[in-house]
Ligand binder design. Sequence first.
Ligand SMILES: [Zn+2]
Ligand SMILES: [Zn+2]
Length: 126
Amino acid sequence: MSVADEAELYLRVIADPRSEPSAHECVACYVARMVESHGCDTSLRWAQRFRELRSPTATGLERRLGSVGGFCDCEILLNGYALVRELMVRDVHTDDLEPPTELPDCAGVGRTSTRPCANWERRRPQ
Ligand SMILES: [Zn+2]
Ligand SMILES: [Zn+2]
């Protein structure tokens, strides 16, 4: 895909009201939702969009995400935050805990909060 095509696709995505965080949706649920439907472009574009729309003054957000290993949107979820155990499902074959196929509804945060909701916990360093 050319840069121009990508830019056009992005403009189409952000014109869609579903691409905005809902009133009490948290940054982790929002980023997970957007990465699932639109992918990660190796930047923090969804996290930044969340901040711009919900908490424009929270300029430390990107640094905080970087400090948990989240240097792009998908890394926030790979390195930074995982769903809490209670929301994971046990794989009947491998007996491993895995994320549910559908993201649970966001547990909700304050309107300008940039913290993940109660559905998420910090991943322990490997
Ligand atoms: Zn990524
Ligand atoms: Zn949430």
